[in-house]
Design a protein around this ligand. Structure first.
Ligand code: NAP
Length: 233
């Protein structure tokens, strides 16, 4: 079994996921950069070559059970454990619709990637995470999924993040005492393809994710954070 600290980041070929990989690698952590298009992942990994640490692109589509299973089997054979799982991949910030007339196919697709994608990842990788000295699961969520702030806007995205937050609470409760800390993190409004222009720098949004991914033992679990500070569900 590898002695290295190993992190797996989903949807990491661009945006916040890519920057999370860079910041984790800078800390000497071995990073598996998950990308549903392996070629894009390899290109992205090559841009991080100077970050230090080791970064390996791996094919990973969180909406595809076979893709997840293949990576889990590879990690089991080659590494024997995973220490950090960052469920970052997401789609459909659906600013063009409201709840009253939402296209439910879009809602279903958002739920499949944003919620069930993270859930599939946790199910498949928990055996490997349990073999870590103290694993961390970070579900990259959004203030758009905070119950107190809900409006009819971005319905597919918002409800997928509400459910992701619920999954976070459930897993954290179930895994309490296991040494595995599970938290949801909102990166804030970040200037990426999803966030668009005007948001904060990607490095700032990613830093809050990396904070939760590298919590010391005894750190919080079952919380919702932005920039390392609790926020309301
Ligand atoms: P982004 O630039 O749109 O990047 C999303 C990433 O997810 C891409 O790498 C994309 O891959 C990948 N992805 C989508 N579906 C996937 C699938 N089925 N399997 C694997 N990867 C998949 O988004 P971002 O702004 O970096 O967002 C990252 C996270 O932060 C998301 O969870 C998002 O909800 C959250 N967030 C972002 C903001 C913001 O302002 N940007 C605010 C709050 C929360 P492709 O390149 O193949 O499409």
């Amino acid at each position: 079994m590898s002695e290295k600290t190993v992190a797996l980041v989903t949807g990491a070929n661009r945006g916040i996921g890519l920057e999370v990989c860079r910041q984790l690698a800078q800390r000497g952590i071995t990073v598996l950069l998950g990308s549903r298009d392996l070629r894009k992942g390899e290109q992205a990994a090559s841009t991080l070559a100077r970050a230090g640490g080791e970064i390996y692109a791996r094919q990973l589509d969180v909406a595809d059970e076979d893709s997840i299973r293949a990576l889990a089997q590879w990690a089991e054979a080659e590494l024997g454990h995973i220490d950090i799982l960052v469920n970052n991949a997401a789609i459909f910030y659906d600013t063009w619709q409201h709840a009253s007339h939402a296209d439910l196919a879009i809602v279903q697709a958002a739920f499949d990637t944003n919620t069930l994608g993270a859930w599939r990842m946790c199910r498949s990788f928990l055996p490997l995470l349990r073999r870590s000295g103290g694993a961390r699961i970070v579900n990259v969520s959004s203030g758009a999924g905070a119950l107190g702030d809900l409006s009819g806007a971005t319905p597919a995205y918002a409800i997928s993040k509400v459910a992701l937050n619920a999954l976070t609470i459930m897993l954290a409760a179930e895994l309490r005492g296991s040494g595995i800390l599970v938290n949801a993190v909102c990166p804030g409004w970040v200037a990426t393809e999803m966030g668009g222009a005007g948001g904060r720098p990607v490095s700032e949004g990613a830093a809050g994710v990396v904070w939760a991914a590298t919590l010391p033992s005894g750190g919080p679990s079952g919380g919702f954070f932005r920039d390392g500070r609790p926020i309301a569900w």
